[in-house]
Each structure stands twice: as C-alpha cells, then as structure tokens.
Design a protein. Sequence first.
Length: 132
Amino acid sequence: DFWAHLLTQVTKGVYLAHISHTPVGYTVCEDIEILETKQKQLRIQLFGVLSRFRGNGVGKALLEKVEDLARNLHIKWLSTTVPEIHCFPDDPDDVSLWLRLKGFRSKRIVKDRFVMYGDKYDGFVLEKEVTL
C-alpha cells in the first residue's frame, strides 16, 4: 500500500489540516541530502488542500509547519517537485504562482519525472531557503 510505505519508510513529518474535525489538507515530508553539494534539504513529497478550502490560509499554515520542522532539524532548504501540468497559469490545479509567492524558486527540470493519466510529464524542482 502506497501510504503505508510512504509513512513508514521515507517520512520526516506528516501534517494534517482540519476544520471542525474535517480533514482539508495535508503534507508529507522527508529529509534528503543532495549528493553534488552535500546540502541537506527537507523535501515536500506530497502537499494538498481541498479545492473548496483554498484561499483560506490552510496551505500557508501547512507550509509554516513544514518550515518549523526544517528549523528544528537545522535544515536550511525546502524543496518540492511539481508536475509540469500543475504549472499553467489560470489552471485550477496551478500551484506555481502560489509557491513563488511563498518564496520558492525554480531550480531545474527533471525529464519524465511523473506518469499521470497514462502520460509522462516533466517535473519542476522548486526550492526555498528557510531562515534558521
């Protein structure tokens, strides 16, 4: 099972946002080390907020929890990889503007990183420096 593996093997932090006992958002993180630079990062593996709760600060609160975790672990960088199909302005699933407004910057593209809907999509790696 995907979730069981993810939660027992690679996680450093799992956060669930809820409103009146209803789950409305989540994030799953793992710590990694970039081999070329020996730089530790906290990677956001999964991040989501139900569409009807977007724009209400749920994502911001989850991201603040992730930043606090990075500080507690003395990790200076956050990273995430976003499928290219979630980086089209004016698309309801676009996350690129939100991440940019939260301080993330694009670092590189990973060719064919995601397989979704039977097709391969590139992934955009975004990083953010965390103030320790």
